[in-house]
Design a protein around this ligand. Sequence first.
Ligand code: GDP
Length: 521
Amino acid sequence: EFGEDEGDDSDLSVRPPVVTVMGHVDHGKTRLLDALRSANVGDKEAGGITQHIGAYQVTTDVDGTDRRITFIDTPGHEAFTSMRARGAQATDIAILVVAADDGVMPQTVEALNHAKAAGVPIVVAVNKIDKESADPTKVRGQLSEYGLVPEEYGGDAMFVDVSAKSELNLDKLLEAVVLTADASLDLRANSEQDAQGLVIEAHLDRGRGPVATVLVQRGTLRVGDSIVAGPAYGRVRAMLDEHGENITEADPSRPAMVLGLTATPGAGQTFLVVDDDRMARQIAEKREARERAAMQAKRRVRRTLEDFMASMEKGASQDLNLILKGDVSGSVEALEDALAGLDVGDEVSLRIIDRGVGAITETNVDLAAASDAIIIGFNVRPQGKASEMADKEGVEIRYYSVIYQAIEEIEAALKGLLKPVYEESVLGQAQIRAIFRSSKHGNIAGCMVTSGLIRRNAKVRVIRDGNVIADNLDLASLKREKDDASEVREGFECGLVLKNFQDIKEDDVVESFEMREIPRS
Ligand code: GDP
């Protein structure tokens, strides 16, 4: 449904670059996005109400020509990576913000790596140069070491010293973006065809219903068009721009807030214009069915994992086996009836493997030991060597003389047997950069931790091209430089060896995760 014929070259016209702002926390991404937006809105229409719609366009003069630039207004690389994970590439250029007083930090490197991996050119905004402690030269030196060499040092990356706070050099930054786009990208799109693009964000508005900000990537989106956006569909009832003004059409690279969808699509999902409402509904339903199937598959994997983890728990038998012994047959029957009435759900089961009248014998203990059972003695005691044998074998014998007390305790024991519920928590991811073959250790994967952390004792899975190709693996070793590490955090390189899995390749992603027990209510 995507990737329709773009027509021949003559149908293509230049479209504005789409920019994402990335960088370490507190280096000024949000402030820079705000400054760029307000500076532009300010000189365009005084008194206009700006809307946060997830993306906005600015216009800047480059060599006497008005040039437009689209900014995705969600700072940080989470948005960037989550969209890329869905196979969507919204960004043409990344602005890497580095605070001049702080220099290159772990998330700076991470952002840099994300942009590089996506093949997106980078413009560096050396921010906070209003500060006395600012050292923009140091930033240039640091980034050069990561292969991002400033033009003034003979490289091909544009560095601009800015202050988001004092709104200094913002025009120079915009110019650098335009020049970088012109030099290294061929940003053209056909504005004549039916629109296609990406959902940037969506929410449910109390008055207006589902509202989605979309970025048009090809064609022109118009009010009245029938569209499918992720699993949602509808007819575009109205469109608003970032100034809150109604617009009737949106051309390539133009962000627009769309009203009229049946549901809220997810960020990074694609949208496209189709012939009519009926077709929109059909496609949307197909997409929804596909999403549901994917969700179910995910849940299945998760359940299998849970079962596996639970079975690894020592003695996690789900059966409570009992041997009942009583002084008279009436008491044994009463006990049996009461136990049969216990409601313990269907996760655990209670099995009475033997019953009888009289003292607890060595035969009873033997059977209990063999079947991991507990012996319940009602008004009876062990005979001969039965007690000694039970101690030796680790067989539990419980004595009662009151029925309800016996029932209460057995019920508690059953609850204690309830399988723990586990929830997966992802600790982080590392990207494999190189494989070193070692005759002693097998394949050692050199990697960069791109988010969170990798923990030596946690489980890992291997992701290749977005698919999990191996799950629930253990690490045989984790090293930083030459030393064993218990954890390696985001922004650092490490070497790891997987236990029982040698098929690791460059560009694979290793995800570290833990199964956490959730307390039962
Ligand atoms: P983010 O985490 O990268 O989005 O960073 P913010 O935009 O929230 O900025 C972090 C802090 O740095 C805030 O207190 C900003 O006001 C401050 N800040 C951002 N840009 C500048 C700047 O150019 N100069 C100075 N002095 N402070 C800045």
